[in-house]
Design a protein around this ligand. Structure first.
Ligand SMILES: [Zn+2]
Length: 399
């Protein structure tokens, strides 16, 4: 019984008339039935009947009256974002964040569980079990999961994640079998670029690029208002574009991959090498004298303290990133490039240096007016990303 009710929520909203009318109320509410009919070219009977269904579902409520244009004052309708919840899951390399969110990506409750070094099948079991324990009722419209690595979103399969040892794992199918809830799966950076567009400051950008700098480097690409995933879900592997053909060998088979120069794992390897050679840095002090305990936070704090090694690394990072970004600008000519992720969030100096460097490299190009901009979503942006994926699906008007 629960299973049937759960599966129904999503399908109900996606019926064509309801979905058009619900979206009109979401974007233009409070609004009267007559205005909706006029706006969408629908008959008043169609609108009345669909609104009746939406009200029964709790998605829409009558709230107040509008101005009269001669006759009776029209009753206004308003969207009720708390009427249903979505379950959003952001799988990371060290933790799994879960949240119950409303239909406007607002967090109702959340929980984080550690990955605890689990990989492969053990990690998948841990994920399924953690989500099952997190579910409280059956008033959910669905589940959205984001995972780093190569994701086949259409079939709901994680194709490849080296660190979590995931290869061809049908997460969508496994989660649906376990919870009876319709599930979407997406790459984490793709989800975040969607969130920046729908819930951040980049609503007007048709072509948008989000570069995520944490352990590695990935990119989420929106072209003409839609995610661009590539043929196998492998688009946006920006960290594995080479910026130096005679550079550091990478286990992807390439040489001089960008993430060795600007991602945390590459940066950290260089910090260790410098310390090994006797270089003094405040990063070591901040980590209590243990080089193995140095974190991205220590690097960012050391930068603010004016640490010489951190400064040098920031400079190298900015140069490497600007080479990579200039290449992408020449291919995609996007409306905006966003720099986000652990090493970029709040790191204004990196942004300034990257912009200055790009201006030098692109001086004769048509792209000299573009700015690399900061991420606008703060806090739980990975969860907002997961929410953006499923909410886009829920409110999509069927073609
Ligand atoms: Zn590589």
């Amino acid at each position: 019984m629960v299973a049937i009710k759960r599966a129904k929520n999503l399908k109900f909203i996606q019926e064509w008339n309801r979905s058009i009318i619900l979206n009109t109320i979401r974007h233009s509410g409070p609004i009267s039935r007559m205005e909706i009919a006029k706006k969408q070219g629908l008959s008043p009977t169609t609108v009345t009947s669909a609104v009746h269904d939406l009200m029964e579902m709790g998605l829409v409520k009558e709230s107040g009256v509008g101005k009269s244009s001669g006759g009776r004052k029209p009753i206004l309708l308003q969207f009720q974002p708390d009427s249903l919840s979505v379950i959003c899951i952001a799988v990371g390399h060290t933790s799994i964040s879960m949240a119950e969110m409303n239909l406007e990506a607002g967090v109702k409750q959340k929980r984080t569980v550690p990955v605890g070094g689990r990989t492969g099948e053990e990690l998948v079991d841990h994920l399924l079990q953690s989500v099952e324990l997190f579910l409280r009722s059956d008033g959910y419209a669905g589940i959205s999961i984001t995972v780093p690595g190569i994701v086949d979103a259409e079939n709901g399969i994680v194709r490849y994640n080296e660190r979590l040892k995931l290869r061809d794992v049908p997460i969508k199918k496994l989660m649906e079998e376990r919870t009876q809830l319709q599930t979407c799966l997406e790459n984490d950076t793709n989800a975040i670029v969607l969130a920046e567009k729908y819930y951040g400051s980049y609503k007007d950008c048709e072509n948008l690029l989000y570069i995520m700098i944490d352990d590695g480097i990935g990119a989420g690409i929106i072209l003409r208002d839609s995610l661009y995933r590539g043929r196998n879900g492998g688009a946006g592997e920006f960290g594995h574009t080479s910026i130096d053909r005679s550079g550091i060998p990478c286990n992807c088979g390439n040489r001089g991959c960008l993430e060795h120069y600007a991602g945390w794992l590459g940066l950290y390897a260089r910090i260790l090498a410098y310390i090994h050679r006797g270089r003094i840095t405040q990063m070591l002090e901040l980590a209590g004298g243990d080089p193995m305990a140095i974190t991205p936070d220590h690097f960012l704090i050391a930068l603010n303290l004016g640490d010489e090694l951190a400064e040098e690394l920031l400079e190298e990072m900015a140069v490497a990133l600007s080479v990579g970004i200039s290449n992408i600008l020449n291919i995609l000519d996007p409306d905006a490039v966003i720099l986000g992720g652990e090493l970029a969030q709040g790191n204004e100096r990196l942004l300034t240096k990257v912009n200055a460097q790009i201006a030098v490299e692109n001086i004769h190009g048509a792209k000299d007016d573009i700015l690399v901009l900061p991420a606008s979503l703060k806090g739980d942006y990975a969860l907002t990303g997961a929410a953006a994926v499923i909410l886009q699906e829920i409110f999509r008007v069927p073609g």
